[in-house]
Design a binder for this molecule. Structure first.
Ligand code: ASP
Ligand code: MG
Length: 403
């Protein structure tokens, strides 16, 4: 007999029909003799709607009251799913985060799970109950409800799987798994059978929105194998696991990130310490800097360019402008119409020529590269926003073939 954790996202429980669909998946798993713990998100866009409603009443509502509100979304879906399972004639109980033993840090809105004490879950399983737990929430040391940050239900599921040593943790969503590129944009994108934690983390960070980043970090830390699959089509999904157990894919996926802006400081005096000065000032303003490029010095000046999330561009420009004044650089230029396109693959560590192949596909598509950055398993290029979709398709064709 196995213990299986099944997590269902908002679209999977969006309405009555979908809730019965989930009840069917869960009870079929239970009928096979498994112990089943289910984690649910709020129905559909409930969380967004709650936030809107709160804004109508008080745009400056305290984070404590926001968590009191937002945690209600998961309570609704958990109880409704339990009712559906009751109706199908199976023993079931729904539990809130605190009942399921989720203790979190006290930061409302983005609490961290400190500990999961699953005594109650175990008791209910011993009574042969299917156990449904509200995702995305816990309780802090003041006995107040907390939420884990948007998309946090994935992390709730992985945390339960970790403390209970589950045999399998399935994350049901509205896509069939992890794809080589966004299937809505690249029709030839293929579903991956497996992907490593590190590759998944890179893809998740780069905007492939299948799994919450923190959940993948936690799965890696506790070595929990995840399966990402669709609740709607019921075909095998993508397994996320430790790389040593799998054959390394040269390239696992291509991701596009539009949330970038490029900033350049032109004519920085070519002497030591200035990069340090700029980037420590940016860090002090909590500006996240990503790709950095410094030109070779010429006529005793150089240019320093970097990218930041769009929301931080104004802050960054501000820092750069005062840097220009104080240090005698020439001026600051910026561009918001850029995208970062990245390829991720554990195999590139050992295979030369991956970068060349990527750049060739961009050259063939007549796309200019503004900046390049690499890590062991990732190569990113910064290009004009208008070229981004074309770039993803061109790179995809190059690595995965035209058909
Ligand atoms: N309902 C929460 C959200 O929309 C948590 C989740 O979906 O995982 O962010
Ligand atoms: Mg949601």
């Amino acid at each position: 007999m196995s213990l299986i954790v099944q997590k269902f996202g908002g679209t999977s429980v969006a309405n009555t029909e979908r809730i019965f669909n989930v009840a069917d998946i869960v009870t079929k798993t239970y009928e096979k003799g498994n112990d089943v713990v289910v984690v649910v998100s709020a129905q559909g866009d409930t969380t967004d709607e709650f936030i809107e409603k709160a804004n109508e009443i008080n745009p400056n509502a305290s984070k404590r009251e926001m968590d009191m509100l937002l945690s209600a979304g998961e309570q609704i879906s958990a109880s409704l799913l339990a009712m559906a399972i009751e109706k199908l004639g199976f023993p079931v109980v729904s539990l809130l985060g605190w009942q399921a033993g989720f203790s979190t840090s006290s930061t409302y809105g983005s609490a961290r799970i400190k500990r999961v004490t699953p005594d109650r879950i175990r008791k209910e399983i011993d009574k042969k109950n299917i156990v449904i737990v509200t995702g995305f929430q816990g309780v802090n040391k003041y006995d107040d409800m907390t939420t884990l940050g948007r998309g946090g239900s994935d992390t709730s599921a992985v945390a339960i799987a970790a403390v209970m040593h589950a045999d399998l943790c399935q994350i049901f969503t509205d896509v069939e798994g992890v794809f080589t590129a966004d299937p809505r944009k690249v029709p030839k994108a293929r579903k991956l059978d497996v992907i490593s934690y590190d590759e998944m983390l890179e893809l998740a960070t780069l905007g492939a929105q299948v799994l919450n980043n923190r959940s993948v970090e936690m799965a890696k830390k506790y070595n929990i194998e995840l399966e990402v699959l669709s609740s709607l089509t019921r075909v095998p999904g993508t397994i996320v696991k430790e790389e040593s157990k799998m054959e390394k894919m040269l390239i696992s996926g291509i991701a596009k990130d539009n949330d970038v802006a490029r900033i350049s400081i032109i004519g920085v005096p070519d002497k030591p310490g200035l990069a340090f000065r700029i980037f420590s000032k940016l860090a002090a303003k909590k500006v996240n800097v990503d790709v950095i490029l410094q030109s070779v010095g010429r006529d005793s000046t150089k240019d320093i360019s970097f990218t930041v999330p769009q929301s931080m561009m104004q802050d960054a420009i501000h820092v750069c402008n005062s840097f220009v004044e104080v240090n005698g650089a020439m001026h600051v230029v910026y561009d918001e119409n850029v995208s970062k396109v990245s390829i991720v693959g554990a195999g590139m560590e050992t295979h030369p020529g991956v970068a060349a192949t990527m750049f060739e596909s961009l050259f063939d598509a007549d796309i200019n590269i503004q900046m390049i950055s690499t890590s062991e398993i990732k190569i990113s290029v910064l290009i004009a926003r208008d070229d981004a979709d074309k770039a993803v398709t061109a790179i995809h064709n190059k690595f995965f073939g035209e058909d």
